[in-house]
Design a protein around this ligand. Sequence first.
Ligand code: THU
Length: 160
Amino acid sequence: MKEINRYIRLIEHDNDSQLAPEVRALLASAIDATQLSYAPYSDFHVGAAIRLEDGTVLLGCNQENAAFPSGLCAERVAFFAAGVQHKGKRIDALAITIRSASKADAQPAAPCGGCLQVMSDVEKRQGSPIRIYLQGNSAPVIEAESVSSFLPFGFSLVGK
Ligand code: THU
């Protein structure tokens, strides 16, 4: 018998002032993306911005639907757009932000399990970590070094 332990490390920044300019820019893009969100049912507007290896920034936002399960989260909108528009390019970083009129103090929200599985698959395939930054309606910013910080035992068919 052996015990298997995996430890995760998150960094909480009091605000974004100490972050590198490209990270601040990515968070600003994610905030912009919340304006594009279609979320009349939840009033929970999620914006995602991903930075590719060549510096390209792609946006995603949640897209709700009157048939509720047909909608999609911001993160998957961005990741699937990268898969079709920039196939084969590495994803280096992801910023996720939230805007909600009814939740003025919305805290940083971790990606849902479905999005984590998609992101984990991409991370395993590309063989390099995707750094994640989360921000609520305002400070603080939570930083994770990898998707595996949130999904340490992600399912995989490719054996990595
Ligand atoms: N949502 C996201 O966009 N990303 C997540 O990781 C969790 C939830 C969206 C889905 C839905 O439109 C709204 O947030 C409320 O659940």
